[in-house]
Design a protein around this ligand. Structure first.
Ligand SMILES: Nc1nc2c(c(=O)[nH]1)N[C@H]1C(S)=C(S)[C@@H](COP(=O)(O)O)O[C@H]1N2
Ligand SMILES: [Mo]
Length: 406
């Protein structure tokens, strides 16, 4: 600042006093009022009970307002692997029930020696575990499969997947408590919403890694995601993870409930259907850069998520030339089983059109298929488990659009 522009606080006060007195002011050089006070020169706002996001950030689920439908996680606005609790996708068959945890009971009956009911407090008395797992709707990717559009974002293409730390009780602990009989080969899990979503699950899953969970990422489940208790079957399709769970019945054969006959069977090319297709196959998606981003020439990171219902991700390959050549992406040192894994790949864009793809391989050696391979095995009319490779086009201006499928 030049010397003659320097004004003191006293000059300003004197000026203000003159104005108030009605006298004409000489053209006093007034300092330019900044839009906001320099945050490093004034105290900030006070502490609060619950924090809000920066007003410059507005990630949001979409679409909203469906009682029977879904709201998708904004995958392209998130980093790392943990889905924030208020952005965890929702999929309801009949809206979100309002459940008082004091009144909610989980009944365990059927082929058990001691039928029992558990309140939320009862469940919390058992030794708890906290484990990181993904949860993906088996219908994830349907719109992009049936009607791909250039303006689709990762949220619209694949936003029905989430990942985080679930806390609860192993179902095996509850089965031991109730004295599960060896004649029990399946269990039926039923929700307490008006759709009463219910699925039959092979009993081996209960003895393996099934959890009855009451918390996600450090706090109670949100009502939309199953408060106060839900089932979490690591690596299985989302619909088996019964929310607002009120009943587990041990049975000797599948129940054939409406949710496993009218839905969640996958049509095949020969007119038959896959039933009880629980496992979510290995899949990966690029989350950045994607539509609606426009990129500049030069170095940038391509990054995304990979996961497999069968276990750990072993490797992810990235192609920037539409699948002609592939290079291995960086993975974290520790990879969690049946969990989102963040892959990263540095890329120097030369300004020419490009096509970005990612391909996951899991620890069993399963490789994420191309759409052609996927359709050859499942048939064109398949309706779930869309895990084939996705493609993003980069045009000369750097604009990225969803190209559909490789
Ligand atoms: N009781 C009940 N459980 C349910 C559902 C439901 O509508 N009712 N939706 C299922 C489906 S199809 C999916 S994909 C997941 C979605 O879980 P989220 O809403 O917590 O993301 O919950 C499953 N569990
Ligand atoms: Mo789902």
């Amino acid at each position: 600042m030049k010397q003659d522009e320097k004004i003191s606080r006293r000059d300003l006060l004197a000026g203000a006093a003159l104005t108030a007195g009605g006298a004409l002011l000489p053209s006093l050089p007034m300092p330019q009022a900044p839009q906001t006070p320099d945050p490093s020169s004034v105290p900030g706002t006070a502490t609060s009970a619950v924090s809000a996001r920066s007003t410059f950030e507005a990630p949001a689920r979409a679409p909203t307002g469906a009682v029977s439908g879904a709201s998708f996680t904004p995958l392209h606005r998130l980093t790392g692997t943990m889905t924030p609790n208020d952005l965890l996708f929702e999929r309801h068959h009949s809206g979100v029930p309002a459940i008082d945890p004091k009144k909610h009971k989980l009944i365990v009956h059927g082929l058990v020696d001691r039928p029992m009911t558990f309140t939320l407090d009862d469940l919390k008395r058992f030794p708890s575990v906290s484990r990181i797992y993904f949860l993906e709707c088996s219908g994830n990717g349907r719109a992009a499969y049936k009607d791909p559009k250039p303006e689709m974002t990762p949220q619209v293409v694949d936003g029905l997947t989430c990942n985080g730390e679930w806390t609860g009780v192993p179902l095996a602990v509850i089965l031991r408590e109730t004295g599960a009989r060896s004649s029990a080969k399946w269990f039926l899990a039923e929700g307490g919403d008006s759709a009463k979503v219910s699925r039959s699950i092979p009993i081996e899953k209960a003895w393996d890694d099934a959890l009855v969970v009451y918390a996600f990422n450090g706090e109670a489940l949100r009502p939309a995601n199953g408060y106060p208790v839900r089932l979490l079957l690591p690596g299985f399709e989302g619909n088996t993870c019964i929310k607002w769970m009120r009943r587990i019945k041990l049975i000797d054969q599948p129940n054939m409930s409406k949710d496993e006959t009218s839905k969640y069977t996958d049509p095949l090319r020969d007119g038959k259907a896959r039933q009880f297709s629980f496992l979510m196959d290995a899949k990966s998606i690029i989350t950045s850069p994607t539509h609606p981003t426009r990129i500049d020439r030069g170095w940038r990171e391509i990054s995304g998520l990979a996961w497999s219902g069968r276990g750990k991700i072993r490797s992810v390959d990235v192609s920037t030339d539409g699948g002609r050549t592939w290079s291995p992406a960086e993975l974290p040192e520790t990879i969690a089983s049946k969990a989102h894994t963040r892959f990263r790949f540095m890329w120097d864009w030369n300004g020419r059109p490009a096509a970005l793809m990612s391909r996951a391989t899991d620890e069993t050696g399963y490789v994420q298929p191309t759409r052609a391979v996927f359709e050859a095995t499942r048939g064109k009319g398949t309706d779930y488990h869309y895990n084939y490779i996705r493609v993003w086009n980069v045009d000369r201006s750097g604009l990225i659009t969803f190209a559909g499928n490789a």
